[in-house]
Design a protein around this ligand. Sequence first.
Ligand SMILES: Cc1ncc(COP(=O)(O)O)c(C=O)c1O
Length: 423
Amino acid sequence: MQASLQSADPAVFASVQAEIHRQQDDLELIASENYVSKAVLETLGSPLTNKYAEGLPNRRYYGGCEFVDEVENIARRRARELFMVEGCDIGVNVQPHAGAQANQAVFLTLLDAGDSMLGLDLSHGGHLTHGSPVNSSGKLYTAAHYGVGADGRIDMDQVRAQALATRPKLIITGASAYPRIIDFAAFRSIADEVGAYLMADIAHIAGLVAAGVHPSPFPHCDVVTTTTHKTLRGPRGGMILAKRDLMKSMNSAVFPGTQGGPLMHCIAAKAVAFGEALSPDFKAYCQQILDNAAAMADRLMSRGIALVSDGTENHLMLIDLSRSPAAPDDLTGKHAEAILGEAGITVNKNTVPGEQRSPMVTSGVRIGTPAMTTRNMGVAESVQVADWIADVLTQPADEALRTRIKAEVQGMCRRFPIYPSMG
Ligand SMILES: Cc1ncc(COP(=O)(O)O)c(C=O)c1O
């Protein structure tokens, strides 16, 4: 019971150590990842993991909940403070285990089996849980999709046409791979025209919204879901924010509708992360994420690497290899991910609008700046990273180049350490 991980389980300890070193020495550019603070990590590893607390604070199905009640109340209070807008009363549920579970609970609340929903197409930047046929959202409900236009931006005329044609009960806005600002007010007017609920899934941009560097989905949306681990820089998890009149049924949809006991160590860690996000430092952090992304996007484009929508207004950009004059025609997203990985740069392949290749191959690469910005890397480093990426993608046959860049990436990463006392 008292043995350390190292002596209790050397195999798992070794993998954990190796992962800490990977995170330290590689450049993390996966747009959905981030590094949590030591305080968040400490809370995640706390004995709160032992506690069952089905129900909500002060209305639990278990005894001994007085202290986990405190942390859940702190998390709810801070979340409301982060996302409240004047004149719009919202409630919060911080129990969803992840973003997918938050979405599932919203659908259970607002839709009956077979009801129709309208969301952004997966290959245009949407998410699996927004009605993909391989996800329960696409199996249980009737899903239609809208896409982006030739300019890479959401085509609001198409959203309206699809909404009028399919009369959805729920319109979903929000994305996994969309580099532009979302016009929540424009979605609201379409939802009103067809009598639909409007949901925003702000999983990616939650931190930017909380910091005020992306417009807020409230008061336009009826319900907002998010993850807590991307730009919001908290533990892995989900959350639902909804207008007050919907909150009671959202709570029941989370428990007992779709989940059992909440993960109280994660909820406590969410409380800590929300506290961090309320600080003025967090606003500066989010502005730096945007500045870094803009600098990286400009440099990539100047090196002949094409980006969907020709740039970015948020934390991510999508390279379109099929349109990149400087990259070889046959370079796929899969191959690009692999060779950037060899150079110590971690990214993910991604479909691009109008994708001709399979989702396992793709013609795109998604790049995000939240994690490198957490390490205090700034615009100069972002331009350097863009140059490394362009060097690798324009000379995919050059293995020696990748070896050289990997050493340079490691050198830079060591100048911006994460978790210095670990590993
Ligand atoms: C827009 C969006 N919604 C939902 C999710 C699902 O979140 P999770 O992986 O925590 O279930 C993601 C994850 O990438 C996402 O990007």
